[in-house]
Design a protein around this ligand. Structure first.
Ligand code: GLC
Length: 589
């Protein structure tokens, strides 16, 4: 998890420069990654070409998606009532953040029972109905596996803390302090202050990477692994199609408890900055990932493992795939955290990530329940709606598996609380005002222009509905052909209808261009390409692309989708003008 809260304003050069850039050359490594490696005919959905390589995954934060019983909090029946919307949008799978019983200190990421549903959201029967109804609409369900820690109210922890010789004592990380008020070492919680909490009853400290109410499980204990694998089987047996594994790089800690390295400065909580060298990305994590993969591979239908791990570079990210025996889809935080529109940076990352030595499939996302929304983060304050369309194309037209966050398709924006007393997320209370917490990106889905935006009928929703909901909502945008929603729908439909957009690999074009990112997606038939051009600057840009080296001899292409709308249905590769932040997808056939 990364709480990347610095909003960048991307000030791109305002000088009107018409630049003519030639193709930077053929990126042979990427181009070789065609749709059918080694001439093999791939069948979508087979284990050679599993569904998750082509799926569009949509993250639902259940508290905020749809409330069916008027209590101001979203629930499972609410999600079921919106499945038609998701099907119509073109979604293939939903990832549900935790709905397990929980004291809700971290809004569900503090689990007190892994094999039940919190009554706030419904029942297990409701969950089964959701899976069945989703299946009818060809939508798969992925659940969140909070593996690193439990709630301090979980019966396992209650037992563990009850005495030093309790059989579950070793299910968590208990250590002696270094003396009165002196924790075992300098490790810090991601959510501020020491990662150790003293428990007077047994005179020891327990370790927690996150809140003190989220004690870390001891993954070196085989009983813990056994129990957690049982949890995975429980949900797979109920028909889920995989897991997003929470905070997976944090499963292990240095057994010697060495102090982390202090680096300059202090964090938003006032603690010295440290590098989490001894609590993050330990090699033992990969043993667990292999075991988890083995487990899901034993189930039909190619269940998927998605990892939450904010790997600092491509080498670390690549390790998550193992030898195709660990994670299939590691969440790519490098793409998510570029935080400004930069053609050279995205070009480099696209190349690097597609070219990863493990040949693993990338998973891209820009917003989620921990990240400020992309509408603000990438918007320049003037062209935000147009930039929202550009970000949609960047997400949905590359060969990666895209992971959307609810509401991005209508241009929902981050709406943080303005008063400390309104904050729900504890890190917002602790770090106020520098850290306002994650409420801003978790506000209710905006379905229509009514009081609670169609999300609820409650007098008060758990987080307020943003004032902008009157203008940006599903209903209003459904009638507007220029809306962000209409653009997403057309783009999602194109992904389905254009085989080139379902292939793997892309050919980067015009590779020295500082403002415009362009690439080709290659279809299965000779000469079948989709050209994608994204102007990442606030100025109109002119391009001259020479595509003959790729076997494209014609000079013009058919516009499939553009924003703003191109004046004509046909474009010339050699004389092409893109509007500020303009998006163009064109077919060569
Ligand atoms: C993950 C979740 C985040 C949660 C944290 C602790 O990073 O995405 O919301 O607070 O884990 O469980």
């Amino acid at each position: 998890m990364r709480t990347c809260r610095r909003l960048f304003t991307c000030r791109l050069a305002l000088v009107l420069t018409f630049s003519f850039y030639l193709i930077g050359g053929f990126d042979s490594a990427i181009a070789q990654a065609g749709p059918t490696p080694a001439g093999k005919k791939l069948i979508h959905g087979s284990s050679d070409d599993p569904w998750w390589k082509h799926a569009v995954i949509y993250e639902i934060y259940p508290r905020s998606f749809q409330d069916s019983n008027g209590d101001g909090v979203g629930d499972i029946r609410g999600i079921i009532s919106r499945l038609d919307y998701l099907q119509d949008l073109g979604i293939d799978a939903i990832w549900l953040t935790p709905m397990y019983p929980s004291p809700l200190v971290d809004f569900g990421y503090d689990v007190s029972d892994y094999t039940a549903i919190d009554p706030l959201y419904g029942t297990l029967d409701d969950f089964d109905l959701l899976v069945a109804e989703a299946k009818k609409r060809n939508i798969r369900v992925i659940t969140d596996l909070v593996a690193n820690h439990t709630s301090d109210q979980h019966p396992w922890f209650l037992e563990s803390r009850s005495s030093r010789d309790n059989p579950k004592r070793d299910w968590y990380i208990w250590r002696d302090g270094k003396g009165a008020n002196r924790p075992p070492n300098n490790w810090e919680s991601w959510f501020g202050h020491s990662a150790w909490t003293f428990d007077a009853a047994t005179n020891q400290y327990y370790y927690h990477y996150f809140y003190k109410e989220q004690p870390d499980l001891n993954w070196r204990n085989p009983e813990v692994r056994h129990a957690m694998y049982g949890v995975m089987r429980f949900w797979l047996d109920r028909g889920v199609s995989g897991f997003r594994i929470d905070a997976v790089s944090r499963l292990f800690e240095d057994p010697r408890l060495r102090d982390d390295v202090i680096i300059p400065g202090v964090n938003v909580y006032g603690d010295p900055n440290i590098r989490h060298k001894y609590t993050d990305d330990l090699p033992e994590v990969h043993d667990v990932l292999r075991e988890m993969r083995h487990l899901v591979d034993g189930y039909p239908g190619n269940p998927v493992l998605i990892s939450e791990a904010d790997e600092p570079n491509i080498a670390q990210l690549t390790k998550m795939y193992g030898k195709d025996d660990e994670i299939q889809l590691p969440m790519d935080f490098q793409i998510a955290d570029v935080n400004r529109l930069s053609a050279p940076i995205f070009r480099r990352l696209l190349r690097e990530i597609e070219h990863n030595p493990a040949h693993g499939q990338p998973l891209y996302f820009f917003s989620n329940h921990d990240q400020p929304r992309q509408w603000d983060r990438y918007g320049d304050g003037v062209h935000n709606d147009q930039i929202a369309k550009l970000m949609a194309a960047l997400l949905l037209a590359t060969p990666a598996t895209p992971l959307m966050y609810y509401g991005e398709e209508i241009g929902m924006r981050t709406t943080p609380p303005v008063r400390r007393e309104d904050v729900q997320d504890p890190i917002g209370k602790l770090g106020w005002p520098a850290e306002k917490g994650r409420d801003g990106e978790r506000t209710p889905m905006q379905w229509d222009a009514s009081k609670d935006a169609g999300f609820s009928t409650a007098d008060r929703t758990w987080l307020p509905v943003p004032p902008i909901a009157g203008d940006y909502n599903v209903q209003v945008e459904s009638y507007d052909p220029d809306s962000i929603l209409a653009f997403y729908k057309r783009l999602l439909a194109l992904r389905r209808s254009q085989p080139a957009l379902q292939s793997q690999g892309c050919i980067l074009l015009d590779r020295e261009n500082p403002f415009v990112l362009s690439f080709l997606r290659k279809g299965p038939h000779h000469g079948e390409f989709v050209l994608v051009i994204l102007n990442m600057s606030a100025e109109p840009r002119q391009l001259a692309l020479h595509l003959a080296p790729f076997g494209i001899t014609q000079k013009a292409a058919r516009v499939l989708l553009s924003a703003p709308q191109q004046p004509s249905q046909s474009i010339s590769f050699t004389d092409l003008t893109l509007a500020p932040f303009g998006v163009l997808l064109a077919a060569t056939q």
